[in-house]
Ligand binder design. Sequence first.
Ligand code: 48F
Length: 250
Amino acid sequence: MVDETVISKAIIESYFERLKRCLNVDVIVVGAGPSGLTASYYLSESGFNVCLIEKRLSLGGGIWGGGMFFNKIVVQSQALPILDEFGIGYERYDEEHYVLDAIELAGSLIREVAKRVEVLNGVCVEDVVVRDGVEGVVVNWSATFMSGLHVDPLVLRSKVVVDATGHDAVVCRITAKKTKAFEVKGEGGMYADLAEKLVVEKTGEVYPNLYATGMAVASVYGLPRMGPIFGGMLLSGKKVAELIADKLRS
Ligand code: 48F
């Protein structure tokens, strides 16, 4: 016979063990869109403890809606090895453009990440811990913000924080404001070809121990936007994981 209090106890105990494991990790990734999911996957595959924080209930960020709710997206040929690694199907449109299903991309990234990474969804990053560099994040339930209740947050510590919050570049904006050490320029207009190249090129450390990936990179450096082509997001997520792995191993 199932017992309601046992169900509650199992959930509470299991979740609190997860939360305790998230108190001190190698890497905190903020934002579970395509870049944050890809970064979390490759960091975990390299043997690092990763906590992925997402303010919404569902992971996937901007993947689900494809382009204007048409749930298909496009990637360029350089990103195909990443799709192959996740076993995601795609069709060749021409020699440079490949089209795939947004739902399959989101579902496959989420499935592989959820198996490897501690995910806290419904949790919002509202501040950073800054000493010599960024050393963690300040979090609260997303529902607390939505309700407007005055409840103090908690702190999760890490060696590195990744801003994968997309267009808003939330973690970089907060850090820029608190440290006055750099500026977040805000993204520019649409120019897909240039944006896809630059977003990968400029992916990296923005401030000591704070890295940016995906559209957060475009916002920090004032790069153009690219719309529903996602190769740059996947490649940026993989690149940031490689850069952080090099740093943490050195
Ligand atoms: O926006 P999002 O998908 O960012 P991305 O990985 O990819 C951008 C593309 O989706 C698309 C594009 C390029 O093709 O133009 O827009 O750079 O995912 C960002 C995630 O961060 C979450 C947000 O809910 C979303 O799922 N997020 C934002 N602010 C916070 C946050 C926060 N303060 N705390 C936790 N999560």
